[in-house]
Design a protein around this ligand. Structure first.
Ligand code: CP
Length: 318
């Protein structure tokens, strides 16, 4: 149970390293209550009535943008989506002016995705509204990390002692960095594997064990988090051919047998099926990938609620 003293009122959510375990607990507890609202026929409560949330996305998204929009709407807020491809960003408006323009329209929260590391942190420095980082370059994707945490806790009692395997393109993955930050803080044993060309130098300093062979990371794992190969960020010749990648590093049903029989298969999406994950594994009983998507809405409801409502804790909603 979350401690009453913990509050995220007015807090910018920029990464998972700057949140405490007590704050994770508060978000998990609140998301559990929010998930009950998702199961109702009428998925609407007035908790954020009168609040305005702006989704400002400089990169493409299906899950994050849509779930933040639904999260705000289910809580009664007005939600505006700015697609930078059809906004004044196309006319050359800089990030600072875009943020200040949005702020001038009296919005309460800006949910921002940007290709540059630190962009959300910069926005938080200049903006009065709450800023929630929906992914900044290779740095952090905190709401993804929190929905992954929530999904794992629905299946496993705690993170303590769990063997976590994160497989694939660690170098470009903000999901990997967010999950490593949280999972190590929660006492899990985190292993990473993938091509050494896609392994950031010094990643061991985050408290993970690095493997060259995927099989060594998978051996006895409780959770297998398969990362999307970010083809849009692979312009530096660090990536083998897709066929070679799938053969050496792809996770498939045969390789999954190395993990524990009840191991969870996770993927942040969108999946490159046949590349980092086999077609069958993504549809298998072990896969919790669609649960991750559902939980993304509940966790984002929790984040908006906790940051925008003055820290009132949600109690049982049923
Ligand atoms: N996991 C994730 O961030 O997916 P989207 O890019 O579809 O938002």
């Amino acid at each position: 149970m979350a401690k009453a003293a913990v509050s995220l009122s007015g807090r910018d959510i920029l990464d998972l390293s700057s949140l405490s375990v007590e704050e994770y607990d508060l978000i998990m507890h609140t998301a559990k209550e929010m998930k009950k609202i998702l199961k109702r026929d009428i998925k609407k409560v007035p908790s954020l009535r009168g609040k305005c949330i702006v989704n400002l996305f400089y990169e493409n998204s299906t899950r994050t943008r849509t779930s933040f929009e639904l999260a705000g709407k289910y809580l009664g807020a007005d939600v505006i989506n700015i697609n930078t491809g059809s906004s004044s960003v196309k006319k050359g408006e800089c990030l600072k002016d875009t943020i200040l323009t949005v702020q001038s329209m009296a919005c309460d929260a800006i949910v921002m995705r940007h290709p540059v590391e630190g962009a959300a942190s910069y926005a938080a420095q200049i903006a009065k509204p709450v800023v929630i980082n929906a992914g900044d370059g290779c740095h952090a994707h905190p709401s993804q990390g929190l929905l992954d945490m929530f999904t794992i806790l629905e299946h496993k009692k705690s993170f303590k002692g769990l063997k976590m395997a994160i497989i694939g393109d660690i170098l470009f993955s903000r999901v990997a960095r967010s999950n490593i930050a949280a999972w190590t803080k929660l006492g899990a044993d985190v292993h990473v594997a993938g091509p050494m060309t896609l392994m950031p130098r010094g990643i061991e300093d985050m408290g993970v064990t690095v493997h060259k062979r995927v099989e060594d990371a998978l051996e006895g794992a409780d959770v297998v988090d398969i990362l999307r190969i970010q083809l849009e960020r692979q312009q530096k010749g660090l990536f083998p051919t897709p066929r070679e990648y799938a053969r050496i590093f792809g996770v498939n049903e045969a390789r999954m047998k190395l993990a524990k029989p009840d191991a969870l298969v996770m993927h942040p999406g969108p999946m490159n099926r046949g590349l980092e994950i086999s077609w069958g594994l993504g549809y298998s009983d072990q896969a919790v990938i669609r649960e991750q998507v559902t939980n993304g809405v509940a966790v984002r409801m929790a984040l908006l609620f906790l940051t925008l409502t003055g820290g009132k804790q949600v109690e049982n909603v049923d």
